[in-house]
Design a protein around this ligand. Structure first.
Ligand SMILES: C[S@@+](CC[C@H](N)C(=O)[O-])C[C@H]1O[C@@H](n2cnc3c(N)ncnc32)[C@H](O)[C@@H]1O
Length: 344
């Protein structure tokens, strides 16, 4: 990621414009979210449509929808043609259901549950508490367990960002000697499916909460790996399945504070034979002022689930507390690294 370059020579106007653009960021978040929620990109899949037809299909107020579409056209997400109808653009196509990357689900999360959490950043910074819990009255994962629609959006967004990560990890880390790969907190299976596709000799175990794995079958079947994959429901704060020679925790430890993180790591260590390996897949925070997506995700974790992104020394200490030793960190082509840990 990058940040706007620092204005040179005390150019106040340039500094003001750069800061204002950052500060207004949530306008775009909400504009794009409403388009995603209303399914505008899907309605424009087969060609341009006028504002009244769009308003009728989306059950919205036509003059206000027009103002939204005009702003979206200004952002380059859709475009008004010479006939005064709206058509989609390359950006708009990314908002359609089923488009690669499933950005529609992520955009809805950004405008709903994640927006809720970020709205309490000041509370988190003042108190150290998790903003989402403070605002919603329950934890983010409890909220998902109680709300099937929100869970489906979250699982789809996770699965899409994870498909690319699985390919990148499979390219960067040699799993050719692995027989059984246990994906702990593996969601609906997108990460494990990618790993099993790249390693056709291996078997997998997908482990997650009951309400999550209940929705996993379709994805594993579509990926052609269902016959090599057991699906196990449970709670990683209690125990994780045994029998794996490789354990994966992808985007799990960052969801939790140190105590909860160590509990999960200890449960993995307990399930692991002495020659098994644990791969913690996370962004590792770089030192200094360097721009890094991880530094923003760190705040995302603070407000959403009470977790954090960590530096290498912090991962080393966390693993040591669970009787595991950080062996090496392997970067991948996406902003997630493989932190390889071995029993001590
Ligand atoms: C950020 S998502 C990561 C999903 C997946 N590993 C990936 O890389 O996309 C965190 C996952 O942890 C799961 N999870 C949360 N609490 C859990 C628990 N107590 N036991 C098992 N899984 C849990 C969630 O259901 C979710 O699938």
């Amino acid at each position: 990621m990058s940040r706007p370059s620092e204005p040179q020579g005390g150019d106040v106007a340039q500094a003001q414009a750069a800061l204002q653009q950052m500060s207004n960021g949530y306008w775009a978040t909400q504009i794009i979210y409403v388009a995603a929620k209303l399914g505008i990109a899907d309605l424009l899949k087969d060609g341009p449509r006028g504002i009244h037809a769009l308003a009728e299909s989306t059950e919205t107020h036509a003059p206000s929808l027009y103002r939204l579409m005009r702003a979206l056209a200004g952002l380059g997400v859709f475009r008004e043609n010479e006939a005064g109808e709206y058509e989609t653009t390359a950006l708009g196509r990314c908002l359609a259901s089923g488009s690669p990357g499933a950005l529609r689900a992520r955009t809805i999360l950004n405008g709903e549950d994640w927006y809720t959490g970020w709205g309490g950043l000041l509370h988190s910074v003042r108190t150290g508490e998790t903003a989402f819990d403070h605002i919603a009255g329950r934890s983010f994962f409890e909220h998902l367990a109680a709300n099937a629609e929100a869970a489906a959006v979250f699982n789809e967004a996770m699965a899409s960002s994870t498909e690319g990560a699985a390919r990148a990890v499979a390219d960067a880390y040699d799993l050719s000697q692995s027989k059984t790969i246990v994906d702990v907190g593996g969601g609906t299976g997108a990460f494990l499916a990618g790993i099993l596709q790249a390693n056709p000799w291996a078997r997998g175990v997908l482990f997650d909460r009951p309400n999550v794995v209940a929705a996993a079958g379709g994805l594993l079947t579509r990926a052609g790996v269902a016959d090599r994959c057991d699906v196990v429901a449970g709670d990683f704060f209690e125990a994780v399945p045994g029998g794996g020679d490789v354990y994966i925790l992808s985007w799990i430890i960052h969801d939790w504070d140190d105590d909860r993180g160590v509990t999960i790591l200890k449960n993995c260590r307990r399930a692991m034979a002495d020659n098994a390996r644990l791969l913690v897949i996370e962004q590792v925070i770089p030192p200094g002022n360097q721009p890094s997506l991880g530094k923003l995700y760190d705040l995302h974790m603070l407000v959403l689930s009470g977790g954090r992104e960590r530096r290498e020394d912090e991962y080393r200490a966390l693993l040591a507390a669970a009787d595991l030793q950080l062996a090496r960190i392997i970067p991948t082509d996406v902003p997630r690294s493989v932190i390889e840990a071995l029993p001590r």
